[in-house]
Design a protein around this ligand. Structure first.
Ligand code: GUN
Ligand code: ZN
Length: 441
């Protein structure tokens, strides 16, 4: 092997191709009980069984992680980095929760030092939970996004983020004019979009904080930068939906507010989508827009139950989001465990196979970056998680009583948490290791 190659021996699990129905996922699952992953220059060269690779490699050059399970890095398709410090705020549903807790905390991100400190903390939370890529909300302040991109660039993480755009129905200290919003966003796009592994997402907060004039500026930016992402909220809470209808009586429902301004499309990601009308499902399908399903947030704010089955039937791409700080954990294993319970309440059986698909390749597909990340196919960027399948006495007991990989994965998403994340690798390098309890880089 080349001196610049990195070789890892462990168990591996991933999905080698996309699925269009839940029943098709298992056919694309790959499990190697004893495998060898070869990396070069931050990319995957190959994943093979140890038996086949053994003869060709010098054992002394292999990083031996036998006993661990390596999966592709988790993809968090919806999260707010400035809400890290207010996670777990008591008692309110969406609109009161925003006014009482969220807006005051977000006001602090006008300060670049605060933004830098919290960016570093936030990225450590992602990495220590095995999440290597995320689609992230900043605040209205452009310095919030500068700080986050700077920190992500140092780690060489694949990250998509944007400055919140809002010009009404929020405290004055967090609003801007449509023209200011346009100028600040444009400046950030020119500074960060497609720089290394960073990409920009236009981020109008949601319809209620957007005037038609602001949405027109978003449309304009989208036409000026056609490869840009769009990230917002849709149909999360019944009161919110009624409010949108009263603010935009001329539009045919909530999604039409965005669609009218040409904000739907392949790189548009709508968080929540809990109470969609027939024509809204249809519109998401026809425009090839995608959804971020955020189970812990939907349960915590009492917003509602996402219809996973309907999403498949409509052929709409979907990924998992933690939605911290309305979501209650950065951890994808715990988030999948809650997604399972959301399914249970609707007689939908979310298998571990399907759950891990959404958290990896499916999430990458929802963000339209499945050509770059999401599995161990040759040429993919080498972002992955080394999982310790059982760390506590209870996990060890339960794991010993599991008959196959499917049951072990299911137990992991039911009992697992950040203790199970042994290492996290980004661009072919270890960036986090649990037994050091801190960043390596
Ligand atoms: N809708 C508009 N803003 C927000 C937010 O910050 N969190 C959630 N969950 N929903 C929103
Ligand atoms: Zn959100």
């Amino acid at each position: 092997p080349y001196a610049s190659e990195t070789l890892l021996r462990a168990s591996f699990f991933d999905f080698t191709a996309l699925a269009s129905q839940p029943d098709d996922i298992a056919a694309h699952a790959r499990y190697l009980e004893d495998g060898l992953l070869t990396l070069r220059e931050g990319k995957v060269v190959s994943l093979e069984s140890w038996e086949i690779a053994e003869g060709r490699v010098d054992a002394a050059t292999v990083i031996d992680l036998r006993g661990k399970l390596i999966v592709p890095g988790f993809v968090d398709t919806h999260i707010h980095y400035p809400q890290t410090e207010m996670i777990g705020a008591f008692g309110e549903q969406l609109l009161e929760w925003l006014n009482q807790y969220t807006f005051p905390v977000e006001s602090q991100y006008h300060c670049p030092d605060h933004a830098a400190q919290m960016s570093a903390f936030f990225l450590q939370q992602l990495l220590s939970n095995g999440t290597t890529t995320a689609l992230v909300f900043g605040t209205v302040h452009k310095q919030s996004v500068d700080a986050l991109f700077q920190a992500a660039q140092q780690l060489d993480m694949r990250l998509i983020a944007g400055k919140v755009m809002m010009d009404r129905n929020a405290p004055e200290y967090l609003t801007e004019t449509p023209e200011e919003s346009y100028q600040d966003t444009r400046e950030l796009i020119e500074r960060w979009h497609q720089r290394g592994r960073l990409s920009y997402a236009l981020t109008p907060r949601f319809a209620p904080t957007s005037s038609p004039e602001l949405l027109e500026k978003v449309r304009q930016l989208r036409s000026e930068f056609p490869d840009i992402w769009l990230h917002t909220h849709l149909s999360e809470n019944q009161q919110e939906i009624a409010w949108v209808k009263s603010l935009f009586p001329e539009r045919d429902g909530y999604l039409d507010v965005y669609h009218h301004h040409q904000l739907t499309g392949k790189r548009s990601v709508f968080a929540h989508c809990l109470h969609l009308e027939e024509n809204e499902w249809q519109c998401l399908h026809e425009t090839d827009s995608s959804i971020a399903f955020c189970p812990t947030s939907n349960l915590f704010l009492g917003s509602g139950l996402f219809n996973i089955k309907r999403c498949w039937q409509q052929g709409v791409r979907m990924g998992i989001g933690t939605d911290v700080g309305a979501g209650t954990t950065f951890n994808m294993l715990q988030t999948l465990g809650e997604a399972y319970k959301v399914g249970q309440l609707q007689q939908y059986k979310l298998s571990a196979c399907e759950a891990f698909y959404h958290a990896t390749l499916g999430g990458a597909h929802a963000l339209d970056i499945d050509d770059k990340i999401g599995n161990f196919n040759p040429g993919k960027e080498a972002d992955f998680v080394v999982i310790d399948p059982a760390v506590s006495p209870l996990q060890k007991l339960r794991s010993a009583n599991s008959k196959d990989i499917w049951e072990r994965l299911f137990v992991m998403m039911t009992l697992g948490d950040d203790r199970n994340i042994a290492q996290t690798w980004v661009s072919g390098k270890p960036v986090w290791q649990r037994d050091r309890e801190e960043a390596i880089v």
